[in-house]
Design a protein around this ligand. Structure first.
Ligand code: AMP
Length: 615
């Protein structure tokens, strides 16, 4: 993620000195909060609880205004979104009493994690924007320790907003980055050398994804020699930009040649902002055209933006599937994961940003929230699934570990208490302790709990997939066919990636089932998947049509034999609902009889389904 420390005054003689001074201040801040991590955590919890002493939620559990860790841990339960849903729904429906937080809920941040197929709603308060800005402000001073000169060039970042909705009670509900880009913290950020982006804010704030992408690429290409770093939030977004360039470079070159902007870009504010930058440049147009029309796109990033020093994208977690493509397009430029954040709270930063993607660890910044950790064990290396240790009983589960008490090498599930009204809330991420910065632990991101399939920001869990597949497979019953077994995988070998499901059927006469029936099954699965998946299909076009591959009878027995040969226990073997391991995918692919694609996009509307009917 881009963003930077604030330059306090630009009237000083030497901007370089200010940058250095500001960087040093930020690095000192990191030293201090990590050295004093436990005390900072104590203060954060006490501050949250004293401010929220009057809120209904804490009173319900009898906290009685206590602000110490011991009482808090004794009386307040560890919860999931489902536990909070009734309270969140009251707020969404317009109850403005202090239910979760003493400060007014300013909006809901819509998480990519879902509940009953809809985005989870995370309450937030105005001051959280400041906390997010603070985390952003740490990134460039850290980066600059490793790569000097970043203040001398521009960042080409592909950043986008998504549509927003209103809850029945009138609160805005939108993704956290949309909220941030639309805030004055981003729009009116002071000029400084680290916030020098090629994309004018109007191009980022344009809701039409084609116009936004086209105009951001046009500005990025036009300023190609100034660009020293490129990026997007997630790797999938950056790859999408490169793929867009593959499709549209000739139109973009025409605009660069003539200094005009294509008529498909109709948003007046985007046109005006781009026209302030664009001038006719036939030489640059020739150069871009020559590079793009060469047969291979290997190294296209360094060819078109020759001064680029790194790609700033998240490639941890499921995004690691895009590393080979990024290496190919960039001739293996460093891939830099700078931060770890969510709608609930921004968590931490990577203090060693040039490390290998497989070694990325995030240092949680102790003053962002109060953090606790539930120990978990890894269950199945083959499918990557995670389980809580069976030895933990309910009482022990409440005794979570504090930030400074986590153990090196141990896996934990992250639990947060935030300024915005979440108390001991399961985020759903599994982290492994990889080291310490002073007293503050550093974590590898291991995975999101229960997620089986993900292409972009979609996170489909096992239950959602199971229900979607069941809905679709029901359609086969009328043809005297039934689903024996299934599994899935996220195929990102082409962009956009897509969900592939392998189905083994029991069927009386397969000639009775027309291809359209299976296509309908693909569509029914998509219609049954969660709102984030459907938005990716419909709106962002970041996910391609779902595919069902029917495999020969006996394939899933072979899969079990394979797992057993790799050391799985026969008593515990369950068909994995997602596969990632290349030899297994190869085995499944070698047994495919036929394959079918979803013929159309599923339905999607902004906001929760029930709001549309209520509004
Ligand atoms: P959302 O609630 O939609 O903002 O998504 C937040 C989730 O995205 C986190 O809880 C993680 O599961 C995932 N995420 C965010 N940052 C990272 C990161 N740096 N590496 C891996 N996953 C991440």
């Amino acid at each position: 993620m881009p963003e930077a420390p604030k330059i306090l005054s630009d009237s000083a003689d030497c901007i370089d000195d200010i940058v250095v001074e500001n960087n040093n201040k930020v690095l000192k801040f990191i030293e201090d909060v990590t050295a004093d991590a436990d005390e900072v955590q104590r203060r954060v919890l006490s501050e949250i609880l004293s401010r929220s002493a009057n809120v209904e939620y804490l009173q319900r559990y009898g906290l009685n205004g206590c602000t110490d860790r011991e009482t808090f841990k004794k009386v307040i339960p560890v919860v999931t979104y489902e536990d909070l849903k009734p309270d969140i729904e009251r707020i969404a429906n317009g109850d403005t009493s202090p239910i979760l937080c003493s400060q007014p809920i300013s909006e809901f941040l819509t998480s990519s994690g879902t509940s009953a197929g809809e985005r989870k709603l995370m309450p937030t308060i105005e001051e959280e924007l400041g906390r997010r800005s603070l985390l952003y402000s740490l990134l460039m001073p850290v980066m600059s320790q490793f790569l000097p000169g970043l203040d001398k060039g521009k960042g080409m970042y592909f950043l986008f907003v998504k549509s927003e909705a209103k809850t029945p009670g009138g609160l805005v509900a939108r993704p956290v980055l949309t909220s941030y880009y639309k805030s004055s913290h981003f729009k009116n950020r002071p000029n400084d050398p680290y916030t020098n982006y090629t994309s004018p804010k109007e191009t980022i704030l344009c809701l039409d994804s084609y116009q936004s992408m086209y105009s951001q690429l046009l500005c990025g290409l036009f300023q190609n020699e100034d660009v020293v770093r490129v990026g997007a939030v997630f790797a999938s977004g950056f790859i999408r930009a490169i793929q867009f360039l593959e499709k549209h470079w000739s139109l973009l070159c025409k605009d660069i040649r003539t200094g005009t902007i294509d008529s498909k870009i109709t948003d007046p504010s985007v046109r005006e902002a781009v026209m302030k930058i664009l001038k006719p440049n036939p030489k640059l147009a020739d150069f871009v055209e020559a590079e793009c029309s060469k047969g291979s796109w290997k190294g296209i990033i360094t060819r078109l933006w020759p001064e680029t020093k790194y790609i700033d994208v998240i490639v941890t977690g499921t995004m690691s599937q895009y590393i080979p493509a990024l290496d190919y397009y960039s001739n293996a430029l460093p891939l830099v994961c700078t931060m770890y954040a969510s709608s609930e709270c921004y968590f931490g930063i990577n203090l060693n940003p040039l490390c290998n993607p497989s070694e990325v660890s995030y240092t949680l910044i102790p003053n962002m929230a109060y953090f606790e950790f539930l120990p978990v064990t890894r269950k199945d290396e083959l499918t990557g699934s995670i389980s809580e240790p069976t030895a933990l009983n309910d009482k022990e589960k409440q005794q979570l570990v504090d930030l400074v008490d986590v153990k090196l090498g141990q896996d934990y599930e992250l639990v947060v208490t935030t300024y915005a009204g979440l108390y001991r809330y399961h985020v759903g991420d599994i982290l492994r302790v990889s080291g310490f910065k002073n007293k503050a632990p550093q974590f590898n991101f291991i995975c999101r709990k229960n997620v089986v399939l993900s292409i972009d920001s979609d996170k489909t869990d096992e239950v959602e997939l199971q229900n979607a597949v069941k809905n679709a497979a029901n359609q086969l019953l009328q043809y005297e066919a039934s689903l024996v077994e299934y599994t899935g995988y996220a195929d990102t070998s082409a962009i956009p990636g897509r969900y592939v499901l392998f189905w083994e059927l029991s069927v009386k006469d397969s000639t009775l089932i027309a291809p359209a029936v299976f296509e309908d099954c693909c569509f029914t699965v998509e219609e049954s998947l969660n709102s984030v998946y459907r938005q990716g299909r419909v709106c962002d076009k970041s996910i391609g049509p779902l595919e069902i591959r029917v495999v020969e009878n006996g394939t899933f027995d072979m899969l079990m034999d394979f797992a057993l040969s790799q050391g799985s226990s026969i008593n515990q073997y369950k068909t994995p609902r997602c596969v990632k391991y290349a030899p297994i995918i190869e085995l499944l692919n070698s047994r495919v009889i036929s394959s079918y694609f979803s013929p159309k996009c599923p339905r999607w509307t902004a906001g929760h389904k029930q709001w549309c009917t209520q509004n």
